[in-house]
Design a protein around this ligand. Sequence first.
Ligand code: PEP
Ligand code: MN
Length: 342
Amino acid sequence: MMIVMKKSATEVEISQVVGWIESVGYRTHFSRGVERTVIGAVGDERGKEQLLSVACLPGVDQVIPILAPYKLASREFHGKRTVVDVGDVPVGGEAFVVMAGPCSIESEAQILESARVCHEAGAKVLRGGAFKPRTSPYSFQGMEEAGLKLLALARERTGMPVVTEVMNTEEVSLVEEYADLVQIGARNVQNFALLKKVGQAKKPILLKRGMMTTIDELLMSAEYILSSGNSRVILCERGIRTFETATRNTLDLSAVVVLKDRSHLPVIVDPSHGVGHWKYVTAVSRAAYAVGADGLIVEVHPEPAKAVSDGIQSLKPAKFGTLMEQLRTMEQALGKIRELDE
Ligand code: PEP
Ligand code: MN
Protein backbone atom coordinates (compact mmCIF):
# COMPACT_ATOMS: atom_id res chain seq x y z
CA MET A 1 0.00 0.00 0.00
CA MET A 2 1.30 3.46 -0.89
CA ILE A 3 0.19 6.46 1.14
CA VAL A 4 0.62 9.70 -0.77
CA MET A 5 0.72 12.74 1.51
CA LYS A 6 -0.74 16.12 0.54
CA LYS A 7 1.67 18.84 -0.59
CA SER A 8 0.68 20.77 2.51
CA ALA A 9 1.28 17.88 4.93
CA THR A 10 3.28 18.91 7.98
CA GLU A 11 6.06 16.92 9.65
CA VAL A 12 3.72 16.23 12.56
CA GLU A 13 1.09 14.80 10.22
CA ILE A 14 3.70 12.64 8.48
CA SER A 15 4.91 11.20 11.76
CA GLN A 16 1.31 10.56 12.87
CA VAL A 17 0.75 8.56 9.69
CA VAL A 18 3.95 6.58 10.25
CA GLY A 19 2.90 5.89 13.83
CA TRP A 20 -0.51 4.68 12.69
CA ILE A 21 0.90 2.37 10.00
CA GLU A 22 3.31 0.81 12.49
CA SER A 23 0.60 0.47 15.13
CA VAL A 24 -1.43 -1.81 12.82
CA GLY A 25 1.56 -4.06 12.20
CA TYR A 26 3.16 -2.72 9.02
CA ARG A 27 6.68 -1.49 8.34
CA THR A 28 7.16 1.86 6.59
CA HIS A 29 9.25 2.78 3.62
CA PHE A 30 9.85 6.45 2.90
CA SER A 31 10.17 8.35 -0.33
CA ARG A 32 10.54 12.13 0.01
CA GLY A 33 10.05 13.94 -3.30
CA VAL A 34 10.52 17.65 -3.94
CA GLU A 35 6.80 18.28 -3.54
CA ARG A 36 5.35 15.30 -1.73
CA THR A 37 6.14 12.50 0.63
CA VAL A 38 5.07 8.98 -0.25
CA ILE A 39 5.01 6.35 2.50
CA GLY A 40 5.01 2.67 1.59
CA ALA A 41 3.31 0.28 4.05
CA VAL A 42 4.92 -3.13 3.88
CA GLY A 43 3.26 -6.21 5.36
CA ASP A 44 0.77 -8.95 4.69
CA GLU A 45 -2.97 -8.84 3.97
CA ARG A 46 -4.27 -9.38 7.49
CA GLY A 47 -4.26 -5.81 8.74
CA LYS A 48 -5.35 -4.35 5.42
CA GLU A 49 -8.84 -3.23 6.42
CA GLN A 50 -7.41 -1.32 9.37
CA LEU A 51 -4.56 0.05 7.30
CA LEU A 52 -7.01 1.48 4.75
CA SER A 53 -8.45 3.81 7.37
CA VAL A 54 -5.15 5.72 7.32
CA ALA A 55 -7.01 7.70 4.62
CA CYS A 56 -8.91 9.43 7.47
CA LEU A 57 -5.77 10.96 9.02
CA PRO A 58 -4.95 14.62 8.38
CA GLY A 59 -2.42 15.24 5.62
CA VAL A 60 -3.19 12.07 3.66
CA ASP A 61 -4.06 12.64 0.01
CA GLN A 62 -4.40 9.14 -1.49
CA VAL A 63 -4.07 5.52 -0.43
CA ILE A 64 -3.09 3.31 -3.36
CA PRO A 65 -3.04 -0.49 -3.16
CA ILE A 66 -0.06 -1.95 -5.04
CA LEU A 67 -1.02 -5.58 -5.25
CA ALA A 68 -4.34 -6.79 -6.57
CA PRO A 69 -6.76 -7.83 -3.80
CA TYR A 70 -7.49 -11.02 -5.75
CA LYS A 71 -4.21 -12.78 -4.99
CA LEU A 72 -5.04 -16.29 -6.20
CA ALA A 73 -6.71 -15.07 -9.39
CA SER A 74 -4.00 -12.55 -10.23
CA ARG A 75 -1.39 -13.11 -12.86
CA GLU A 76 1.35 -11.48 -10.80
CA PHE A 77 0.84 -14.02 -8.03
CA HIS A 78 0.57 -17.09 -10.23
CA GLY A 79 2.91 -16.32 -13.12
CA LYS A 80 2.09 -18.76 -15.88
CA ARG A 81 -1.34 -19.19 -17.42
CA THR A 82 -3.72 -21.84 -16.14
CA VAL A 83 -5.17 -24.47 -18.43
CA VAL A 84 -8.45 -25.93 -17.16
CA ASP A 85 -9.41 -29.40 -18.37
CA VAL A 86 -13.12 -29.80 -19.06
CA GLY A 87 -13.42 -33.56 -19.33
CA ASP A 88 -10.58 -34.20 -21.77
CA VAL A 89 -10.76 -30.76 -23.39
CA PRO A 90 -8.09 -28.27 -22.28
CA VAL A 91 -9.35 -24.67 -22.06
CA GLY A 92 -6.78 -21.86 -21.92
CA GLY A 93 -4.13 -23.71 -23.91
CA GLU A 94 -3.24 -23.33 -27.57
CA ALA A 95 -6.57 -24.41 -29.04
CA PHE A 96 -9.55 -22.08 -29.22
CA VAL A 97 -12.40 -24.07 -27.65
CA VAL A 98 -15.99 -23.68 -28.79
CA MET A 99 -18.76 -24.74 -26.40
CA ALA A 100 -22.18 -24.84 -28.04
CA GLY A 101 -25.73 -26.04 -27.59
CA PRO A 102 -29.19 -24.85 -26.73
CA CYS A 103 -30.07 -22.35 -24.01
CA SER A 104 -32.33 -24.95 -22.34
CA ILE A 105 -32.59 -28.70 -22.53
CA GLU A 106 -36.14 -29.24 -23.81
CA SER A 107 -36.49 -32.90 -24.80
CA GLU A 108 -34.41 -35.95 -25.62
CA ALA A 109 -34.77 -35.38 -29.37
CA GLN A 110 -33.83 -31.70 -29.07
CA ILE A 111 -30.67 -32.18 -26.99
CA LEU A 112 -29.47 -35.20 -28.97
CA GLU A 113 -29.94 -33.37 -32.27
CA SER A 114 -28.24 -30.26 -30.86
CA ALA A 115 -25.33 -32.37 -29.66
CA ARG A 116 -25.02 -34.09 -33.02
CA VAL A 117 -24.92 -30.88 -35.08
CA CYS A 118 -22.61 -29.07 -32.68
CA HIS A 119 -20.23 -32.01 -32.56
CA GLU A 120 -20.24 -32.41 -36.33
CA ALA A 121 -19.43 -28.73 -36.80
CA GLY A 122 -16.43 -28.98 -34.45
CA ALA A 123 -17.69 -27.84 -31.04
CA LYS A 124 -15.74 -29.47 -28.22
CA VAL A 125 -18.12 -28.98 -25.27
CA LEU A 126 -21.93 -29.23 -25.23
CA ARG A 127 -23.97 -26.62 -23.35
CA GLY A 128 -27.55 -26.95 -22.13
CA GLY A 129 -29.42 -25.48 -19.17
CA ALA A 130 -31.44 -27.70 -16.84
CA PHE A 131 -31.92 -25.07 -14.11
CA LYS A 132 -32.80 -21.80 -15.79
CA PRO A 133 -32.55 -18.34 -14.21
CA ARG A 134 -35.53 -16.56 -15.85
CA THR A 135 -36.56 -12.95 -15.36
CA SER A 136 -40.20 -14.02 -15.09
CA PRO A 137 -41.40 -16.75 -12.71
CA TYR A 138 -43.96 -17.68 -15.40
CA SER A 139 -41.27 -18.53 -17.99
CA PHE A 140 -39.96 -22.07 -18.46
CA GLN A 141 -37.74 -22.87 -15.47
CA GLY A 142 -35.85 -25.85 -16.89
CA MET A 143 -36.20 -29.64 -16.88
CA GLU A 144 -34.06 -29.94 -13.73
CA GLU A 145 -32.74 -33.44 -12.99
CA ALA A 146 -34.54 -34.97 -15.99
CA GLY A 147 -32.67 -32.44 -18.14
CA LEU A 148 -29.34 -33.33 -16.54
CA LYS A 149 -29.97 -36.99 -17.40
CA LEU A 150 -30.62 -36.09 -21.04
CA LEU A 151 -27.46 -34.01 -21.09
CA ALA A 152 -25.50 -37.00 -19.81
CA LEU A 153 -27.08 -39.12 -22.55
CA ALA A 154 -25.94 -36.58 -25.17
CA ARG A 155 -22.42 -36.79 -23.73
CA GLU A 156 -22.52 -40.55 -24.00
CA ARG A 157 -23.61 -40.39 -27.65
CA THR A 158 -21.08 -37.76 -28.79
CA GLY A 159 -18.22 -38.02 -26.31
CA MET A 160 -18.48 -34.26 -25.72
CA PRO A 161 -18.11 -33.05 -22.12
CA VAL A 162 -21.04 -30.95 -20.92
CA VAL A 163 -21.53 -27.59 -19.21
CA THR A 164 -24.68 -26.67 -17.30
CA GLU A 165 -25.73 -24.09 -14.72
CA VAL A 166 -26.28 -24.46 -11.00
CA MET A 167 -28.39 -21.81 -9.30
CA ASN A 168 -28.26 -22.60 -5.60
CA THR A 169 -26.15 -24.28 -2.96
CA GLU A 170 -28.56 -27.20 -2.40
CA GLU A 171 -28.23 -28.35 -6.00
CA VAL A 172 -24.45 -28.22 -6.35
CA SER A 173 -23.87 -31.89 -5.60
CA LEU A 174 -26.62 -32.95 -8.01
CA VAL A 175 -25.37 -30.77 -10.88
CA GLU A 176 -21.79 -31.77 -10.18
CA GLU A 177 -22.72 -35.40 -10.60
CA TYR A 178 -23.73 -34.83 -14.24
CA ALA A 179 -21.69 -31.82 -15.40
CA ASP A 180 -18.09 -31.72 -16.57
CA LEU A 181 -18.13 -27.95 -16.13
CA VAL A 182 -20.45 -26.23 -13.66
CA GLN A 183 -21.73 -22.82 -14.72
CA ILE A 184 -22.37 -19.94 -12.36
CA GLY A 185 -24.61 -17.58 -14.30
CA ALA A 186 -24.54 -13.81 -14.52
CA ARG A 187 -27.20 -13.39 -11.85
CA ASN A 188 -25.27 -15.42 -9.29
CA VAL A 189 -21.82 -13.94 -9.83
CA GLN A 190 -21.94 -12.36 -6.37
CA ASN A 191 -23.88 -15.10 -4.61
CA PHE A 192 -21.02 -15.64 -2.19
CA ALA A 193 -22.54 -18.66 -0.48
CA LEU A 194 -22.82 -20.38 -3.87
CA LEU A 195 -19.29 -19.36 -4.85
CA LYS A 196 -17.92 -20.86 -1.63
CA LYS A 197 -19.93 -24.01 -2.20
CA VAL A 198 -18.67 -24.57 -5.76
CA GLY A 199 -15.23 -23.78 -4.38
CA GLN A 200 -15.51 -27.18 -2.70
CA ALA A 201 -16.72 -28.94 -5.85
CA LYS A 202 -14.59 -31.46 -7.68
CA LYS A 203 -15.56 -30.12 -11.11
CA PRO A 204 -14.23 -26.99 -12.85
CA ILE A 205 -16.36 -23.83 -12.76
CA LEU A 206 -17.44 -21.51 -15.55
CA LEU A 207 -17.92 -18.13 -13.88
CA LYS A 208 -19.93 -15.67 -15.95
CA ARG A 209 -19.62 -11.94 -15.48
CA GLY A 210 -22.77 -10.27 -14.13
CA MET A 211 -24.55 -7.55 -16.02
CA MET A 212 -23.46 -5.02 -13.39
CA THR A 213 -20.12 -6.50 -12.36
CA THR A 214 -16.84 -4.70 -12.87
CA ILE A 215 -13.79 -6.64 -13.97
CA ASP A 216 -12.31 -6.39 -10.48
CA GLU A 217 -15.55 -7.67 -8.93
CA LEU A 218 -15.55 -10.63 -11.31
CA LEU A 219 -12.00 -11.42 -10.26
CA MET A 220 -12.97 -11.12 -6.59
CA SER A 221 -15.77 -13.62 -7.24
CA ALA A 222 -13.25 -15.97 -8.85
CA GLU A 223 -11.12 -15.45 -5.73
CA TYR A 224 -14.00 -16.81 -3.60
CA ILE A 225 -13.96 -20.06 -5.58
CA LEU A 226 -10.17 -20.34 -5.67
CA SER A 227 -9.76 -19.58 -1.97
CA SER A 228 -12.37 -22.21 -1.11
CA GLY A 229 -10.15 -24.84 -2.70
CA ASN A 230 -11.19 -25.16 -6.35
CA SER A 231 -8.34 -24.02 -8.57
CA ARG A 232 -10.15 -24.71 -11.83
CA VAL A 233 -12.05 -21.58 -12.87
CA ILE A 234 -12.84 -20.32 -16.38
CA LEU A 235 -14.01 -16.70 -16.68
CA CYS A 236 -16.70 -15.66 -19.16
CA GLU A 237 -17.54 -12.24 -20.59
CA ARG A 238 -21.23 -12.27 -21.54
CA GLY A 239 -22.16 -8.63 -21.91
CA ILE A 240 -22.95 -5.95 -19.39
CA ARG A 241 -25.89 -3.60 -19.02
CA THR A 242 -25.31 -0.14 -20.41
CA PHE A 243 -27.49 2.66 -21.80
CA GLU A 244 -27.50 0.83 -25.16
CA THR A 245 -30.74 -0.95 -26.03
CA ALA A 246 -30.06 -2.02 -29.64
CA THR A 247 -28.38 -5.15 -28.31
CA ARG A 248 -29.52 -7.25 -25.33
CA ASN A 249 -26.32 -6.36 -23.48
CA THR A 250 -23.09 -4.61 -24.41
CA LEU A 251 -20.48 -7.24 -25.11
CA ASP A 252 -17.35 -5.88 -23.47
CA LEU A 253 -14.58 -7.45 -25.52
CA SER A 254 -12.00 -5.16 -23.96
CA ALA A 255 -12.71 -7.05 -20.73
CA VAL A 256 -11.09 -10.11 -22.33
CA VAL A 257 -7.85 -8.21 -22.84
CA VAL A 258 -7.90 -6.78 -19.33
CA LEU A 259 -8.81 -10.11 -17.70
CA LYS A 260 -6.01 -11.88 -19.55
CA ASP A 261 -3.62 -9.18 -18.43
CA ARG A 262 -4.68 -9.27 -14.78
CA SER A 263 -5.37 -12.96 -14.35
CA HIS A 264 -3.87 -16.34 -15.25
CA LEU A 265 -7.33 -17.90 -15.65
CA PRO A 266 -8.75 -18.80 -19.08
CA VAL A 267 -11.29 -16.34 -20.49
CA ILE A 268 -14.09 -17.24 -22.88
CA VAL A 269 -16.85 -15.16 -24.48
CA ASP A 270 -20.60 -15.72 -24.70
CA PRO A 271 -21.62 -13.81 -27.84
CA SER A 272 -25.26 -15.00 -27.65
CA HIS A 273 -26.23 -13.31 -24.38
CA GLY A 274 -23.80 -10.53 -25.25
CA VAL A 275 -25.73 -9.29 -28.28
CA GLY A 276 -29.06 -11.11 -27.92
CA HIS A 277 -29.73 -11.62 -31.63
CA TRP A 278 -28.49 -14.41 -33.90
CA LYS A 279 -27.75 -11.86 -36.67
CA TYR A 280 -24.88 -10.37 -34.70
CA VAL A 281 -23.49 -13.50 -33.07
CA THR A 282 -21.12 -14.61 -35.86
CA ALA A 283 -19.42 -11.23 -36.22
CA VAL A 284 -18.76 -10.72 -32.52
CA SER A 285 -17.57 -14.33 -32.23
CA ARG A 286 -14.90 -13.59 -34.81
CA ALA A 287 -14.00 -10.48 -32.84
CA ALA A 288 -13.69 -12.56 -29.66
CA TYR A 289 -11.21 -14.82 -31.40
CA ALA A 290 -9.20 -11.87 -32.67
CA VAL A 291 -9.08 -10.18 -29.29
CA GLY A 292 -7.48 -13.25 -27.70
CA ALA A 293 -10.29 -15.11 -25.94
CA ASP A 294 -9.61 -18.77 -25.17
CA GLY A 295 -12.97 -19.88 -26.50
CA LEU A 296 -16.67 -19.26 -26.92
CA ILE A 297 -19.93 -20.49 -25.45
CA VAL A 298 -22.58 -20.13 -28.16
CA GLU A 299 -26.29 -20.92 -28.20
CA VAL A 300 -27.24 -23.26 -31.05
CA HIS A 301 -30.69 -24.79 -31.56
CA PRO A 302 -31.89 -27.22 -34.26
CA GLU A 303 -35.08 -25.15 -34.63
CA PRO A 304 -34.67 -21.76 -32.93
CA ALA A 305 -38.25 -20.75 -33.73
CA LYS A 306 -39.45 -23.55 -31.45
CA ALA A 307 -36.98 -22.90 -28.63
CA VAL A 308 -38.51 -22.40 -25.18
CA SER A 309 -35.82 -19.87 -24.26
CA ASP A 310 -33.48 -17.55 -26.16
CA GLY A 311 -34.50 -18.77 -29.63
CA ILE A 312 -33.92 -15.32 -31.08
CA GLN A 313 -30.23 -15.38 -30.19
CA SER A 314 -29.63 -19.03 -31.10
CA LEU A 315 -27.81 -19.99 -34.28
CA LYS A 316 -29.31 -22.55 -36.61
CA PRO A 317 -26.98 -25.51 -37.30
CA ALA A 318 -26.00 -24.23 -40.76
CA LYS A 319 -25.06 -20.77 -39.41
CA PHE A 320 -23.08 -22.39 -36.63
CA GLY A 321 -21.25 -24.49 -39.23
CA THR A 322 -20.33 -21.31 -41.10
CA LEU A 323 -19.05 -19.70 -37.91
CA MET A 324 -16.84 -22.74 -37.19
CA GLU A 325 -15.47 -22.56 -40.77
CA GLN A 326 -14.68 -18.89 -40.34
CA LEU A 327 -12.94 -19.52 -37.05
CA ARG A 328 -10.75 -22.16 -38.69
CA THR A 329 -9.82 -19.68 -41.44
CA MET A 330 -9.02 -17.08 -38.81
CA GLU A 331 -6.85 -19.56 -36.97
CA GLN A 332 -4.69 -19.98 -40.06
CA ALA A 333 -4.39 -16.23 -40.52
CA LEU A 334 -4.19 -15.05 -36.92
CA GLY A 335 -2.91 -18.03 -34.97
CA LYS A 336 0.66 -16.74 -35.12
CA ILE A 337 -0.35 -13.26 -33.94
CA ARG A 338 -2.21 -14.75 -30.99
CA GLU A 339 0.90 -16.71 -30.02
CA LEU A 340 3.09 -13.60 -30.23
CA ASP A 341 0.65 -11.71 -28.06
CA GLU A 342 1.18 -14.11 -25.18
C1 PEP B 1 -27.27 -19.03 -20.07
O1 PEP B 1 -26.09 -19.37 -20.27
O2 PEP B 1 -28.25 -19.56 -20.63
C2 PEP B 1 -27.50 -17.88 -19.18
C3 PEP B 1 -28.66 -17.73 -18.54
O3 PEP B 1 -26.47 -17.03 -19.16
P1 PEP B 1 -26.23 -15.69 -18.28
O4 PEP B 1 -26.14 -16.16 -16.88
O5 PEP B 1 -24.95 -15.15 -18.83
O6 PEP B 1 -27.40 -14.78 -18.53
MN1 MN C 1 -29.75 -18.43 -22.72
